[in-house]
Design a protein around this ligand. Structure first.
Ligand code: GAP
Length: 438
């Protein structure tokens, strides 16, 4: 028998952040120098989980379909790209400063004209451009000024003709990209939820504008389902259409996929009807032809775009928050548990000898399983403790090699969620695990 331990939202986040550091999922960037606000490093387990999330996205959009191709473009692009896209002129947050404590806030995150931290008087709101600036080449003047990209999407638009010519796609088709984006956020917060450097998974789906509504609805549903495929609880997910006054400068319509975090409902992904805004802007600014010729209708036009734009780090946080519980067991012990979808677990199978004396055959078994699964060998501690360590990082199966294994060529396989144990012949082990993990 086991019971879920109730945690307050603050305690849940606190426990999770501490687990992330202790077990090597996420570290504060530059920690030994006091950290740098809004920047995070992914540790040995975090990097595997992050990669698995990206692989799952790529698999579902690029490999499993014929109508979407991939791109991996540079982070720094010609500064004209950001003039054309509207980011130089429009990508602002309104911010205020406290005249007393000098803290800075986004206007939409304070109510009234008194500082939420110290009650001091706030300045009048000012616009603040979120793009990080840099200089390309040896001189630092206005000629060399450039930006770290604030979204991955733009290079999909600037490469539209290259992709069309090289991939021979016909409308409707999409271009997918995963990569870094940078925003000098006024108030990074909630762990990795809002940071200054993050990864996006974006897909721009080019269509004939007459089909906008149909494709918009299709992608909203498809992307909502993707989070459920990751194993996220349906009741914690919702779709929220944007009101007209919160639409980004390029969007005609937008629906967010949101998750109910311990700090409230928040955006994971936006699905937006960008119309022909971006291609038109790049045609005007570059004077290059970015139109599409339809051989069937003999028409030439600027395609419209439905965009799906998700954050890798937000998905990562969602996966962890959704899977994390603390259980009180019958014997009074407390276990931290990450009930991760087995497909996402950084360690899929942990292998232990019952006693160190059995190390040799156990390592031999672990090496064999490593050919197919992400395995981990551990002998440091009693079996109960080894199980707890794996439960807290979400390892779906733990295998124990005992004295009887030498006689009957079978091992004990323990299930993370139910804690039930099966005796499985070693020759059937790969099939047994494969059925449950793949
Ligand atoms: N190309 C459209 C675009 O960038 P967005 O709503 O600004 O739209 C898309 O960003 C997604 O990128 C968000 O839904 C979120 O998952 C992620 N994202 C945006 N800003 C972020 C930040 N500061 N930290 C982490 N993720 C962020």
């Amino acid at each position: 028998m086991k019971r879920e331990k109730e945690l307050s939202p603050e305690d849940k986040m606190g426990e999770l952040v501490s687990l992330c550091k202790r077990r090597g999922f996420v570290f504060q960037s530059s920690e030994i120098y006091g950290g740098l606000t809004g920047f995070w490093d992914y540790g040995p387990l975090g990097v595997i989980l992050k990669k698995k999330i990206c692989d799952h996205w790529w698999e579902s959009l690029v490999y499993r379909r014929d109508d979407i191709v991939g791109l991996d473009s540079s982070i720094i692009a010609h500064p004209k790209v950001w003039e054309a896209s509207g980011h130089v002129e429009c990508f602002h947050d309104l911010m205020v400063d406290c005249k007393e404590c000098k803290k800075r806030f986004r206007t939409d995150q304070v109510s009234g004209d008194k500082c939420p931290e110290c009650g001091g008087e706030l300045t009048t709101p000012r616009q603040f451009n979120l793009m990080f600036q840099t200089h390309v080449g040896p001189s630092s003047d206005t000629q060399s000024l450039s930006y770290l990209r604030p979204e991955t999407a733009q290079s999909i638009f600037t490469n539209f003709k290259n992709i069309l010519a090289s991939s021979r796609q016909k409308l409707p088709f999409g271009v997918a990209q995963i990569g870094k984006a940078f925003r000098n956020e006024v108030t990074p917060r909630n762990f990795i939820f809002r940071s200054r450097e993050f990864d996006q998974m974006e897909m721009e789906y080019f269509i004939n504008a007459q089909e906008s509504k149909r494709w918009f609805d299709y992608w909203v549903q498809d992307r909502f389902n993707w989070y459920m495929e990751l194993g996220i609880k349906k009741e914690k997910l919702r779709l929220r259409p944007h009101s007209k006054d919160e639409l980004a400068h390029y969007a005609r319509e937008c629906v967010d996929v949101e998750y109910n975090f311990p700090f409230g409902w928040q955006e994971l992904e936006g699905i937006a009807d960008r119309g022909d805004f971006d291609l038109k802007q790049h045609i005007n600014c570059s004077k290059k032809d970015l139109t599409y010729y339809d051989d069937e209708t003999k028409e030439r036009f600027i395609p419209a775009v439905i965009e799906t734009s998700a954050g890798v780090d937000r998905t990562f946080l969602t996966v962890l928050v959704d899977a994390f519980h603390v259980e009180e067991l019958e014997n009074g012990e407390v276990r931290n548990l990450l009930s991760l979808n087995p497909k996402l677990a950084p360690v899929e199978v942990a292998v232990f000898p019952l006693v160190k004396k059995l190390r040799e055959p156990t390592i031999k078994l672990e090496r064999e399983l490593k050919k197919e699964f992400k395995t981990f060998y551990d002998e440091k501690g009693a079996i109960g403790r080894l199980y707890r360590r794996q439960d807290e990082i979400g390892t779906p199966y733990c295998i124990t090699f005992d004295f009887q294994s030498l006689e009957d060529n079978a091992v004990t396989v323990r299930d993370r969620d139910t804690m039930l144990q099966d005796r499985v012949p070693i020759e059937k082990l790969k099939d047994y695990l494969g059925e449950r993990l793949k």
